[in-house]
Design a protein around this ligand. Structure first.
Ligand code: UT7
Length: 332
């Protein structure tokens, strides 16, 4: 593809709610320890919303943070794509709620449901619209309120998840070589049973029975998800590098979905990437599902690990199973 038709990320905004749930708090709620959580997952604390705050509210705050760092007229937004598995409600879409709350008049949009790959899939969808040449400003948002479907008596799940959101602005690339270079993605539905929320959809609509059976909570077979994630993140990152005739040594910055520190470092090891090129902020936020990648982009920028001209590798694996990797040349 000619560079002229590429898309690039021109701004990043993030938001996490102020309330913090620490490992010490969790030690009082379930049979767990700070030492176990730090060693097996790498999380120290996560942020949770107060009652009455939905994914659209976090998304709106993330867009406001983006605007603060990169002011522009929101009325120019052509498209809003939101990755989420915790929408405020089944419908209308989170994109519609965000559009209305931000008062953007002449736009359209939709939600993408891809679990922890939600932001990456939303990003790749947005990129295609910019590459078409007809879209000049696309907002891509990842926002999840995982606390809304977490059972805080299930120690294997409640220690992992947090709430958070991030937003990026996609615009046409203007210089040679910059912007989104390539992406790969794959869904494997056989993994659905290992990570799902079985209640509340058309198959098992809400009833006393679905509530009694805890079907509105995250059901996770952590060990199976972990094994798949380690294998698949390596496979997707190696695939995208190989087909672009690159190796791990060419990558300046690796931004992975933050589900478990061990999944991220296993992938980095496989690619031969030193830790200073790997962005890890799971200790501060936990797994915020579609929020993790833009939150990690913000961390990378704040820590000076993401600079103009860097080759950036992004990867995610999530419920579905869904997986993907994106390669881009950073140009802010
Ligand atoms: O973003 C995509 C979504 N999710 C993921 O990517 C999650 C992937 N999975 C994981 O990150 C890990 O599998 C977990 C963090 C969920 C669990 O860690 P693990 O090292 O795979 O633990 P395990 O499930 O193999 O369990 C080992 C032991 C078990 O005890 P026994 O049977 O050996 O006596 C568990 O009951 O650890 C126990 N355990 C805990 N102990 C203390 C499970 N959760 C906890 C806990 N505190 N919170």
């Amino acid at each position: 593809m000619s560079t002229a038709s590429r898309a690039k990320i021109t701004a990043v905004g993030t938001y996490v709610p102020p309330r913090v749930l620490t490992n010490a708090d969790l030690e009082k709620m379930v049979d767990t320890t700070d030492a176990w959580i730090m060693e097996r997952v790498g999380i120290r604390e996560r942020h949770l919303v107060e009652t009455g705050v939905g994914a659209s509210d976090l998304a709106v705050e993330a867009v406001k943070s983006l605007l603060a760092s990169h002011p522009f007229d929101l009325q120019e937004v052509d498209l809003i794509v939101v990755g989420t598995v915790t929408p405020d409600m089944m419908y209308p879409s989170t994109a519609c709620l965000v559009q209305h709350k931000l008062g953007i008049k002449n736009t359209w949009g939709f939600d993408v449901s891809a679990g922890c790959s939600g932001f990456l899939y939303a990003l790749n969808a947005g990129v295609k619209f910019v590459e078409s040449g007809k879209y000049k400003k696309v907002l891509v948002i990842g926002s999840d309120v995982n606390s809304s479907m977490t059972d805080y008596t299930d120690r294997a799940v409640c220690i992992i998840f947090g709430d958070g959101a991030g937003a990026v602005l996609l615009e046409p690339a203007t210089s040679d070589g910059e912007g989104i270079i390539d992406h790969v993605a794959q869904i494997e539905g056989m993994g659905g049973e290992f990570l799902c929320m079985p209640g509340g959809g058309s198959l098992n609509p809400a009833s006393h029975q679905t509530v009694d059976q805890k079907m509105h909570y995250i059901h996770q077979d952590g060990r199976n998800v972990f094994k798949y994630a380690v294998k698949k993140m390596a496979e997707m990152t190696e695939r995208i590098l190989k087909r672009n005739k690159l190796t791990g040594h060419d990558v300046d910055c690796f931004i992975a979905h933050q589900a478990n520190r061990r999944i991220i470092t296993a992938t980095a090891d496989r690619l031969g990437l030193p830790l200073e090129k790997v962005i890890i902020n799971i200790d501060r936020y936990g797994n915020t599902t579609a929020g993790t990648i833009p939150l990690a982009m913000r961390t990378a920028l704040d820590e000076g690990k993401l600079k103009e001209g860097n080759l950036v590798l992004i990867a995610a694996v999530g419920a579905g199973f869904t997986s993907g990797a994106t390669l881009l040349r950073w140009a802010f």
